[in-house]
Structures are given as structure tokens and as C-alpha cells.
Design a protein around this ligand. Structure first.
Ligand code: HEM
Length: 464
């Protein structure tokens, strides 16, 4: 245990629950549902809370204003990440989201900026449309809910695959998708959803050893092997295609053609694979929420379809170029993100220097979390009748999009803000537009023609 003697600070720490010697607040945590502990603490201690767990300083940020000030404006010192050693054991420590703040991270982020910034993302519009069309064809052949989930997963995986490596996946039998699927399966077994949420919520778990992964060394080995294959093979394929002149447009091809002598290939491999893994889960999550909303709110679906029919000619499907003329569809996208934030716990940040906020001392090395995304997005003061799915809350009286505050918390903050946010929005938008213009989403029916009610339930984890 790290805290062997009481430390003295020049100013008071933010308010928080009373710690026990050595254990700090460890016994007060609800490890299965961490956000409940933080919600309860928030009610007692307010928007900035200090807690100490096993000697690690933890700051919990319960307000968007404080998050923007600390993680945003002061991001020069709030952009480190807690080290989570288990990631090395399963071979996923290449992941951008886990890198400490420093040179390697900056190289990663430079590449994302090159290929995924807002303007660059628009250039993938053909790909968005092609994949969205394929999704609709697959959905039309789907009869049961399990298939729907599978189709959504295959869709997000194939799309990211196409955009990242220009690789056309052939359904879930595609070797790359199959490997990625196996890797996911293993990671889920080693770190099941509630454990993943716990790692995210409680960064003090940084030094947990292999036993917390169930001690299954064979699975860990297989996981590392798969990670290495996914890391190298698709990238090398694009490289070979570039030499033969057969590569299609993709992030990796764009990168290789823009690369200079100083460009490090391993960095690009890590970026590409992170993009693939980060995008697949999150986009699938948004998409499930979209389908759910369309089933539960048929009036919203009807209004969106009416908007599309009004703006786009009847024999055409909207493309990204029509986005500005379809504000209601964009409002649906924002509402889906607000209604069920895909990454509800965010990813914790860590401080690299001591800091002072509002008269309180924040020690260097503190792990800060904005753990209440669902609470922010369900805040009745900002979003009245917040549990209702209501896209019109994002529109002005004359039907134009309002300045959105949803984006300011859903994708994180400061120098660690999600670099895939524009890409994710385009991808989901294209799929929503295509689906709504050709498919009607409704409840399934039982063999007697009675509709089967939907019971909305979400799995936990880093992405819901
Ligand atoms: C709707 C979909 C998505 C949501 C809601 C989402 C949300 C987030 C959040 C909350 C973070 C943490 C930010 C922080 O620490 O402050 C993050 C980080 C990240 N996201 Fe996303 N994301 C989405 C899609 C994507 C996609 C499609 C990609 C890649 C193509 C991507 C790549 C990343 C990466 C690389 C990071 C780590 C950044 C860093 O640590 O510097 N995300 N995302």
C-alpha cells in the first residue's frame, strides 16, 4: 500500500468521503455499479470530489463546466492516462487510448488528424454509402433479433475495415473480422463487462496482476498472438497493394502515400488497429440505440422519413452531401448519443502536475474521471423530460440545429478528445439516412401476428 504516512498539502483537498487508514475509500465503492457510488457522493459533496483508494488520489468530476475547465482548458496537465498493466498481458497496450501523454501519443494523434479530421472524413463518402447499402440488404434478410445484432456488428466492423485498410470484408467469415471477433471474445472473457467498467471507473487498479484476469495464461497468449496478427497483416497487405498499384482508398493507403522518411510504420499500425477496435464497439453501440429508438418512437421515424422524402428525390438515397439539408436527421443522431452515451464512463485522465481549482488542491498523479455521462445527459435542467427520446430538443423553433452541447461531453475532453468523432458521426448518419429512406423499422410479430414488445436493456462495459 502506497500511503504509509499522511501527506500535507498547501490547500485543502476537494470535499469527499472520509477515508479509512490504508484502505482510503475502497470499502465504500460499489464495484459492480461504480456510477451509483459517484452519484451518491455527488449529492453529498458536489461537483468536484476527492477520494483516496488504496493510496491513489482520485478526483471525480460531476459537472460539465468543471470538466471543461480542468480536462479541456487545462488539458496540458490533465491529459495523461493511468497505467493499466493488464493491457500488456493481453497484448493491447499499443492502443492510443491507453498511451501516457507524450511523444508517441502526439505521433498517433497527428495521424488521426491527417486522415480523420472533419474535412478529411467527408472524402470517404462513397464508402459510407456503399457499406450502408450493404447493411440495408443484410437487414432485409434478417428475421430474428440475434441476427440484427450480428448484422450491426458486421456492418460496423466491415465499414471500419474498408475505411481503415480498403479491405472489402465478406461477412463474418472474413479472416480479419473472424480474428478480431476472436480477440474480442477473449478480451471479454478475460475482462468481462463489469470488470472493464471497474478498470475504467477505478484507475487505482493499475498494478493488478495476472490473477485478476482469471490467471488464464493460455488465453492471454492467444490474445497477444491475435493482436500481433491484426497489427501487422492488414497493414502489410495495403503496403503490398501500394507497390502493385492496386490499393483502394483507405486511411492506411492515404497515410503511406503522405508518409515521409521519418514516419514510423509501427505507429501507423497501432493507429489503424486502435481505430478499428475503438470504432467497432462504439459505432455498434450507437446503432443499437438508433434501432431501439426507431422501434419505440414511430412518430420520430415518420418525421425523419418525411424530411428525407421532402429533401431528396424519391428514387435516391441521401448522401453525406445532403446532410446540411436534413437537420432532423442530425437531431436524431445527437439524441441517440445523448439518450444512451456509447462510452458512459469516458476514459480516465491523469494529472502530470499539482493544480489548484476553486481553492482546492489537486495533487500531481491524480486520476480524474468524469463518471457521470449518463447523469449529464439525463440532467433535467438541461434536457427536460430527459428519458424521452426527443430529437426536436436539438432544434430551434424554425427547425434548424441548435449549437449542441451533447458533443461537448459525449466524445471526451481536451487533448484526449476522441479523434474519431467526425468519422463516427458520418458513418452513423449515412446508415441512418439509408435505412430510413428504404426500410420501415417496427416491432417483430409472433406467429399469430401479435407484436412482440421490446424490453430495452443495455450491457455494461466501456462501450454499452
Ligand atoms: C459514437 C462513437 C464514439 C464515441 C461516443 C467515442 C467516445 C470516446 C471517448 C469518450 C473517448 C475518451 C476521450 C477522453 O479521454 O477525454 C474516446 C477516445 C478515443 N476514441 Fe472514440 N468514440 C467513438 C468513436 C470512435 C471511432 C470511430 C474511432 C476511430 C476511428 C475512435 C477512436 C478513439 C481513440 C483513438 C481514442 C483515444 C484518444 C486518446 O486517448 O488520445 N472513437 N472516444
Amino acid at each position: 500500500l502506497r500511503q504509509t504516512r499522511k501527506r500535507v498539502y498547501p490547500l485543502p483537498l476537494p470535499p469527499g468521503p472520509r477515508p479509512l487508514p490504508f484502505l482510503g475509500n475502497a470499502l465504500q465503492l460499489d464495484t459492480k455499479r461504480p456510477w451509483l457510488t459517484y452519484t451518491a457522493w455527488g449529492k453529498t459533496y458536489g461537483n468536484l470530489i476527492y477520494s483516496n483508494v488504496l493510496g491513489i488520489d482520485m478526483i471525480i468530476i460531476n459537472s460539465e463546466t468543471v470538466a471543461r475547465e480542468l480536462l479541456g482548458k487545462r488539458s496540458a496537465i490533465y491529459s495523461d492516462r493511468p497505467v493499466i498493466r493488464t493491457n500488456e498481458l493481453i497484448g493491447v497496450d499499443f492502443n492510443t487510448g491507453l498511451l501516457p501523454y507524450g511523444e508517441t501519443l502526439q505521433q498517433h494523434r497527428k495521424i488521426y488528424h491527417q486522415v480523420l479530421r472533419a474535412e478529411a472524413c467527408v472524402s470517404y463518402k462513397e464508402m459510407y454509402s456503399r457499406q450502408a447499402n450493404q447493411l440495408v440488404i443484410n437487414l432485409l434478410n434478417t428475421t430474428v433479433a440475434d441476427d440484427l445484432q450480428k448484422q450491426i456488428q458486421v456492418y460496423s466492423a466491415s465499414l471500419i475495415m474498408a475505411v481503415t485498410y480498403g479491405h472489402v470484408a465478406h461477412g463474418d467469415k472474413d479472416p480479419f473480422l473472424a480474428r478480431a471477433d476472436e480477440l474480442f471474445g477473449i478480451v471479454m472473457r478475460l475482462i468481462p463487462a463489469e470488470k472493464a467498467a471497474m478498470f475504467t471507473a477505478f484507475p487505482f487498479l493499475e498494478w493488478l496482476p495476472a490473477w485478476c484476469l482469471g490467471g488464464d495464461y493460455a488465453l492471454m497468449g492467444r490474445s497477444r498472438e491475435l493482436s500481433q496478427q491484426l497489427f501487422n497483416e492488414p497493414f502489410d497487405e495495403v503496403k503490398a497493394q501500394m507497390v502493385q498499384g492496386t490499393a483502394s482508398q483507405s486511411l492506411v493507403a492515404d497515410f503511406l502515400s503522405q508518409a515521409d522518411d521519418n514516419t514510423d510504420e509501427d505507429t501507423m499500425k497501432a493507429v489503424a488497429l486502435t481505430g478499428y477496435l475503438a470504432g467497432m464497439e462504439t459505432i455498434a453501440s450507437v446503432f443499437h440505440s438508433f434501432v431501439l429508438a426507431m422501434v419505440l418512437y414511430p412518430d420520430v421515424q415518420a418525421r425523419a422519413r418525411a424530411e428525407i422524402n421532402h429533401v431528396v428525390k424519391h428514387d435516391q438515397v441521401p448522401s453525406i452531401g445532403d446532410r446540411a439539408s436534413l437537420p432532423y436527421l442530425d437531431a436524431i443522431l445527437l439524441e441517440v448519443l445523448r439518450w444512451h452515451p456509447p462510452v458512459p464512463l469516458g476514459i480516465p485522465h491523469a494529472t502530470t502536475q499539482d493544480d489548484v481549482y476553486d481553492g482546492y488542491f489537486i495533487p500531481k498523479g491524480s486520476k480524474s474521471n468524469v463518471l457521470r455521462l449518463p447523469a449529464l445527459s439525463r440532467d433535467e435542467n438541461t434536457f427536460p423530460d430527459a428519458s424521452r427520446f426527443d430529437p426536436s430538443r436539438h432544434l430551434t423553433i424554425d427547425g434548424q440545429l441548435k449549437e449542441s452541447i451533447v458533443n461537448s461531453f459525449i466524445f471526451g475532453h481536451g487533448r484526449r478528445i476522441c479523434p474519431g468523432r467526425w468519422f463516427a458521426e458520418n458513418v452513423v448518419w449515412a446508415a441512418m439516412a439509408t435505412i430510413l429512406s428504404v426500410v420501415h423499422i417496427d416491432h417483430s410479430r409472433d406467429p399469430h401476428g401479435h407484436r412482440i414488445e421490446v424490453k430495452p436493456e443495455y450491457t455494461g462495459g466501456v462501450a454499452m
